[in-house]
Design a protein around this ligand. Sequence first.
Ligand code: FMN
Length: 196
Amino acid sequence: MQLTIAITGASGAILGREALRALEADERVAKVHFVASENSLRVIAEELGISGRANLLEKLLGAHPAKTIQLSDADIGAPIASGSHPSSGMVILPCSMGTLAAIALGLANSLIARAADVTLKERRPLILCVRETPFNRIHLRNMTLAAEAGATIFPVIPAFYNHPVDTTEMARQFVCRVLAHVGLPQPGACVWKPEE
Ligand SMILES: Cc1cc2nc3c(=O)[nH]c(=O)nc-3n(C[C@H](O)[C@H](O)[C@H](O)COP(=O)(O)O)c2cc1C
């Protein structure tokens, strides 16, 4: 399995970090392509205290990457910009309203938007973990457009019934749900078991 993970400038950088860590540890995954939008860097600095693009991947993983490759969002000639590149799908986590709009309108004006466009045209899974509150009508329309084109709108709405003890646990459980959705059920996933 080869997956693409993108982090954009919406709140929730911790979710992208936990997704990258889970995929690095997952033996079913051979390669991960990672793209961070320019604006995500500001949010990553704000929320995770990691500044700049230098060694970003190592800092997010907390280790040297074994199978994750970072690509520049400006590199529209990267492998994932082409449908001929074998990919099992793409997850944008978190997905800003700006990136959602670019995808919904087919702008393909950055590597993230182009790779998402390619994922849709190749009929591969595209998971958009959108985050904003409240939504305006433009956001709602763009989500509908993207969903009609084949994307899964997977809003950053964490569960509370599993009693997460901190934001990392909350992020991990959210990531478990996302990865299960692309065929990668995770060992530590909380599964709802109502009392008999
Ligand atoms: C601290 C911070 C938090 C933000 N949170 C959100 C958010 O939750 N959702 C969103 O759509 N935009 C959010 N933004 C604004 C986006 O970063 C901005 O619209 C940016 O242009 C998105 O660019 P990108 O999609 O290329 O990453 C936030 C910005 C900052 C600085």
